[in-house]
Design a protein around this ligand. Structure first.
Ligand code: CTP
Ligand code: MG
Length: 414
């Protein structure tokens, strides 16, 4: 055995997807899944294991499809900056032929190989790790994932339609019932000693068994006298085969909660009128600010931008830019709400607190609340506006300025 024990993967994506052909206008391995062709998902899972030294991609033999698929693979490889090489080859007429073409592309330092159907995008990195470690630790020829079967399985023979009652399209005659507890449903990836698998392929090519359909590589190994072992497969490692399986590729979005916190301070004594939440507050106190000095809207904008992970108000509207001089905070909020809608966040709750010694805010809290609800286009019961003093302590206590904090809660689709 080679001392380096290099492992490569072969991803089969050369089939014609005939069972799905009447439901989709694309071969199943190229269905868009998470914004990329389906076979890419298998690349990503293999790439999770640092033990995989390279991946052979087997694409359809038709020139046009092959070229398009290779181009896409090269682009994705570059875009994701993958640290392992891709090798490309055209598949053959049967899966068995496609695997053989893939095997021929493996570099000479390859000792072990994982053969995988791109139509099984859901296998886990954990499964591949287990296969690799079992293969290497036990120094065996082949190990494959299997599941116990839950249905009773029978051997049948098709009965020709002349022999049966009219109207009944298709009947089969049961030959015998197989012993369920001895049966296993087999999945990919399947892990092999590469030279032994190559031998098994060449052996069956030299000594073909007429009428025998080779449906997986482990079967070839069995036919050549190698012992194949199984380990526990994964229930959701399903092969996309029939129309109902397509539902599994519909990516489900989940909503996760997120919170954004905003905080702002303004000095008293400038030339700006006292505006809070877009509401004019009757007081002799004035605000110093570059913009209109609405401390509450500024805190709210920061909280909204936090939910969007977009920095803060200064990032979007720099106070060094003269176009924002004296600008109404409501215009800024309007711009932020346009961005908010593009991100499709679902606003859940807004908690606003004004901290000032003077003037008294509570008589205006309801009007502020109504105004904010209107600006954010949400119901009143999603907004709370409250105010507090700092008991004459600090700069608010000394009536040097005002501060506001905002907490926005939202649901984010991921
Ligand atoms: N495959 C392949 N070359 C072939 C046939 C199959 O590379 N000549 C690949 C398929 O792309 C798939 C995997 O082997 O990833 C498993 O085969 P299967 O699910 O049977 O896919 P298809 O043969 O494409 O589908 P169908 O049998 O419905 O025509
Ligand atoms: Mg097939």
């Amino acid at each position: 055995m080679n001392s380096k024990n290099e492992i490569y993967a072969i991803i089969l994506a050369a089939g014609s997807g005939s069972r799905l052909a009447k439901h989709i206008d694309i071969k199943k391995q190229f269905i868009n899944y998470k914004n990329n062709p389906l076979w890419w998902q298998s690349v990503l899972t293999f790439y999770n294991s640092p033990k995989i030294k390279g991946i052979v991609l087997v694409f359809p033999p038709q020139d046009d499809e092959y070229l398009v698929a290779c181009e896409k693979a090269k682009k994705l490889h570059a875009h994701h900056n993958l640290a392992i090489p891709f090798y490309y080859t055209k598949g053959g007429e049967s899966r068995f032929d496609s695997v053989y073409e893939g095997l021929k592309k493996l570099p000479s330092n390859c000792d072990f190989v994982l053969i995988h159907d791109s139509a099984r995008p859901f296998f886990s990195a954990n499964l591949q790790e287990k296969l690799i470690s079992v293969l290497q630790e036990h120094m065996i020829s082949a190990v494959i994932p299997s599941l116990e079967v839950t249905d009773t399985i029978k051997l049948v023979e098709t009965v020709s339609s002349q022999n049966i009652m009219k109207k009944m399209e298709k009947m089969e005659k049961v030959e015998k019932t197989l012993v369920r507890k001895q049966l296993r449903a087999i999945q990919t990836p399947q892990a092999f000693n590469k030279s032994e698998l190559l031998f098994a392929h060449e052996n069956i090519r030299k000594n073909p068994i007429s009428g025998l359909e080779i449906t997986d590589d482990a079967m070839l190994m069995e036919l050549s006298g190698f012992t194949v072992f199984t380990i526990q497969g994964e229930a959701n490692n399903i092969k996309i085969t029939n129309q109902k399986d397509l539902e599994l590729l519909e990516t489900k979005t989940v909503k996760i909660p997120c919170n954004g916190y905003g905080y702002d301070v303004h000095k008293f004594g400038g030339d700006r009128p006292f505006v809070l939440g877009g509401v004019n507050i009757p007081t002799k106190l004035t605000i110093q600010a570059h913009s209109d000095g609405d401390v509450l809207i500024h805190a709210l904008i920061d909280a909204l931008l936090s939910c969007l992970c977009l920095g803060d108000i200064g990032t979007l509207f720099p106070d060094t830019d003269p176009k924002y001089e004296n600008i109404s905070s409501l215009i800024l909020l309007d711009k932020v709400m346009t961005i908010w809608k593009q991100h499709k966040l679902e606003l859940c709750h807004v908690d606003l607190t004004v901290i000032t010694q003077s003037p008294k805010i509570s008589p205006h809290a309801n009007e502020i609340k109504k105004n904010i609800a209107r600006l954010l286009e949400v119901n009143l019961d999603m907004i709370n506006v409250k105010a507090t003093t700092e008991e004459k302590l600090g700069f608010t206590g000394q009536k040097l300025g005002i501060k506001a904090v905002a907490l926005v809660s939202a649901l984010k689709s991921v």
